[in-house]
Design a protein around this ligand. Structure first.
Ligand code: UDP
Ligand code: MG
Length: 324
């Protein structure tokens, strides 16, 4: 039933598609990207919108978009500063009105040609269709190992399952958009949220191309931050594990104490053991600081949540209805 309705919408070219494109310093790619994306969408439907979310670019990204031939389908949200890709995607979802939303990067790493395949899968009944990278060959070895470690930790520590090579390149049905828009946490880890909202999902494998121009904005520091956000947003194991660690250490100490008392009673007092003492003090100092540090991570996130600042601030907005 649902499938028939969806197929009909696509066949009649009546499906309203929203494309959400987060951009940060993409002046080299944006005009060619928007032209190619527009051509693809024109061939698929009569009604679409492209929401470009400018995440506080320092270069001429917005000016480049303004210089393009006038196209009423292209809308721009310009942030007052860089808020990060996760927030840019959130803003795009907040502002889109399509039956489906397609999240796509502007650097040509997400193939535009895959959009019709996504739509086909959607017509087949999937509510969320995501691209699955065939390989991460064009990423550095360190980045790959880091990603592997992160996904392994996530699978062990949290109840949600995040597909290993999936990214933000995906199609979301209106239901999913609605669900995501109702998740009002501030520290947003989108890959986790896609998995958390559930729904009927389906993967489409694709080959990642090299970035067309410019550089990836994700350095090691930003990736580590994202990984910590991911883990702390979706798992409370790091917070609770210390109870267990404390229990084991207490148990071992008790056994050791019994051993010392027994040895002293049987063989008389012999009290060397200065190195043991130093090592023990340092070890427990380390464990305590580590656990306090992890507590701090969670408290910092609670702090961010309770401040209830808006997720983003829009500085420029054009192409949307209210602006004419
Ligand atoms: N991006 C963004 N805000 C940022 C960093 C990146 O909106 O703070 C955009 C960027 O313009 C691109 C997409 O997010 O369209 C993916 O970024 P990038 O190519 O740097 O990441 P990678 O492909 O290396 O994961
Ligand atoms: Mg990229």
């Amino acid at each position: 039933m649902r499938q028939a309705k969806r197929s009909q919408l696509i066949e009649n070219k009546q499906l309203f598609i929203s494309c959400i494109v987060p951009v940060f310093n993409e002046e080299l790619n944006i005009s060619r990207f928007l032209l190619e994306l527009t051509a693809c969408l024109e061939s698929l439907t009569d009604s679409y919108e492209i929401i470009v979310v400018d995440d506080g670019s320092k270069d001429a990204t917005i000016e480049t978009i303004c210089k393009l031939p006038k196209n009423s389908h292209i809308k721009v949200l310009g942030f007052s500063r860089n808020f990060g890709k996760e927030i840019a995607l959130t803003a795009g979802l907040d502002h889109c009105s399509g039956d489906v939303a397609i999240l796509i990067d502007a650097d040509f790493q997400h193939p535009i040609e895959l959009i019709p395949v996504f739509l086909e899968k959607w017509a087949g009944g999937s509510d969320m269709v995501y691209g699955l990278r065939n390989s991460r060959k064009n990423e550095s070895r360190a980045k790959r190992s880091f990603a592997l470690l992160f996904y392994w930790l996530m699978s062990k520590l949290s109840k949600i399952t995040i597909p290993n090579h999936a990214g933000d390149f995906r199609l979301l049905d209106r239901k999913v958009i609605h669900a995501l828009n109702h998740v009002n946490e501030r520290t947003r880890f989108m890959k986790g949220l896609y998995a958390w909202v559930g729904f009927n999902t389906c993967a489409v494998p694709y080959d990642v191309k090299e970035r067309a121009g410019g550089q990836s904005a994700w350095g090691f520091g930003k990736l580590t931050e994202l990984a910590i956000t991911g883990i702390t947003s979706f798992s409370d194991v790091p917070l609770r594990v210390w109870g267990f660690v404390g229990f084991i250490i207490s148990l071992v100490s008790l056994i050791y104490a019994i051993y010392i008392v027994t040895v002293t009673l049987l063989f008389g007092a012999d009290l060397p053991g200065f190195p043991t003492l130093v090592v023990a003090i340092m070890f427990f100092g380390g464990v305590q600081l580590l656990s306090i540090g992890i507590l701090g991570e969670y408290i910092a996130r609670i702090f961010t949540e309770v401040k209830r600042r808006p997720n983003y601030i829009v500085d420029q907005k054009f192409g949307f209805d209210e602006e004419g």
